[in-house]
Structures are given as C-alpha cells and as structure tokens.
Write a protein that binds this ligand. Sequence first.
Ligand SMILES: C[S@@+](CC[C@H](N)C(=O)[O-])C[C@H]1O[C@@H](n2cnc3c(N)ncnc32)[C@H](O)[C@@H]1O
Length: 302
Amino acid sequence: MADQRDLDFTYSLIDKIFRLSLGEQADFSGAKFDGDFSLTLEQAQAQKHDFIADALDISAGRRMLDLGCGWGPLLADARRRGATGVGVTLSSAQAAACQKHGLDVQLQNALEVTRETFGPFDTVASLGAFEHFCSPEDFAAGRQEDVYRGLFENVAGLLPEDGRFYLQTMVFGRNMIPHERVSIDAPRDSDEWYLALMGQQFPGSWLPSGLDQIVRCAEPHFRVVSESSGRLDYIETIARWRQRFAEPSLKKLLFKAQLVPRYLTSKDFRLAFTSGVSANTVCFERELLDHHRIVFERVPRG
Ligand SMILES: C[S@@+](CC[C@H](N)C(=O)[O-])C[C@H]1O[C@@H](n2cnc3c(N)ncnc32)[C@H](O)[C@@H]1O
C-alpha cells in the first residue's frame, strides 16, 4: 500500500497549487463527460456526482463513507443533498483542508476501516484511491489480491444487505507490457519509460491488472450492478487539469518558488512533477491503462 509518506508526496506537496487552480473542494479523479467535451470540467464532475448520488441513493438522512476522499468533493456534494459523510485520506494537507471546510475527515488508512472505526454506513464510495492500495512490493510478493479481498470484506461489513459500493479506479490496460520491462532508464517516450514515470508520480502504488481481477476479488461479497469505462473521459479530464494548473497566478508563482530547493535537490521530485509530459494521458491513449466506474451491490451473507 502507498503509505502516508507516499501520499503526502503525491498530494500534500501540490495542495496549495491544486486548490488555487481547481478550487477548495475540487475533484481529483476522472470526470463524467460521457463523451460530451463541450461540458465544462465542473459540469462533468457534477454529472459524476449526480450519477453516484442516484446509484448509491445519497439523500437526506443517509450516511456515506468516502474511502480516499481527497479534498472532499463527494462529501461536500453529500452534505448539499442532506446526507452525512465521513471521509478518510492519508494526505495530511487534504485532511486539514477538508476539516477547515467543516467536513468530517480523518487521517486514516482506508484499508483498516471496519464497523468498529466509525460504525455502519448506508453506502460507501471510493474514487481514485484503489490505485494506491497495492504497492509494487505487495504485487511482487503475490499479495495484491489479498489486499483487495481484505478491502471488499471490510466494506461489506460496513453495509446493510443490498448496500451499495461505488468504486472508480484506473487499471492496467489491454496493451500493458510485462512489468519487468518498466524502467525509467528505458528510452524516453517508450511504454516502459511512461509507466516508470507514473511510478515516480505515484510512489508506493501498483494498479489492478484489470476489471476481472477487481470483480473476482469482490465476488464473495458483491455483485456488479453497472460498469463503464472512463478512459476517454479521463484523458479529457487531465487535459482540463493541465490547462488550469498552467493558468498564471502570483500566488501560485510564490508557492512554486518555495519548491525550488526541492527541485534542485531531489531527482524524484523533478521526475514526478517537472517531466513536462502527462504520463497518465499517454498511458491512457496507448491503452497501457484503462479506467472503470463500478457500482457494486452487497449480496446476502451466505
Ligand atoms: C486521486 S485522489 C482522489 C480523491 C477523491 N476521491 C476525488 O475523487 O477527488 C486519491 C485519494 O486516495 C487517498 N488514499 C490513497 N490510499 C489511501 C489509504 N490507504 N487510506 C486512505 N486514503 C488513501 C489519497 O490520500 C487521496 O485522497
């Protein structure tokens, strides 16, 4: 699993730039354009929230858990709908930002949330966090499916019979190369290099091999209600993020200046944040990566 240090590297370092570029409670996961790229980023993210609210019945009086809540967009949306939300993240900056806005967010490992942690929930969501639950070391040790099975078991234990779990995650795509070939020393622009660059941006994280693996690990507890690929929508989402991050602002410039010493002293930082390319975009375009939005429903306990 990516630990707090890894997640602080990926998310807390960009906290201020993220909030200045996208807003205090913006989404940092693929939006739902449904192919209509005339929508604004905010409209496509709102469309995603509506879809999730419908699928999970996020409405007045309901209690929702968000595993890996980021800057709290889904929790804020649940609050607007009259539901109660609890979120967990392992990024200290995200937890602080959410708490500042009155959201119930804890710095807590999502993989360890059980009924004893916060009590039962009517419904659970997790967007863009499953990617971090298995580390390259877990994968190499053959523990990947144990990690996923453990998570599904815990989530099932939080839910009532027929309770729903929305999971949105990247997976390796149909053109994924053998993992031993992934290397930052491979030629620039090769599949091997782009995948290694992603590893620099998301240290401690290794993706599921595909939808089949996720569904198999969920199976003792959940059935799939619906599934759709968000790959093309994610490519568009990233393009919109990159435009926003690039928009000039004095505050952002001042913040970036504070990161110069890190830039000068850390090769990991330079590779992760200043490579000048979007490894995710290229990996999605080449179908080294895919993306799934899955609505699960708990099956009766056997
Ligand atoms: C790509 S962000 C997505 C944030 C949010 N769900 C959204 O859609 O905007 C991934 C989130 O997962 C969280 N995360 C990853 N692994 C975690 C873990 N083991 N426990 C808690 N949070 C985790 C990160 O801290 C971050 O908040």
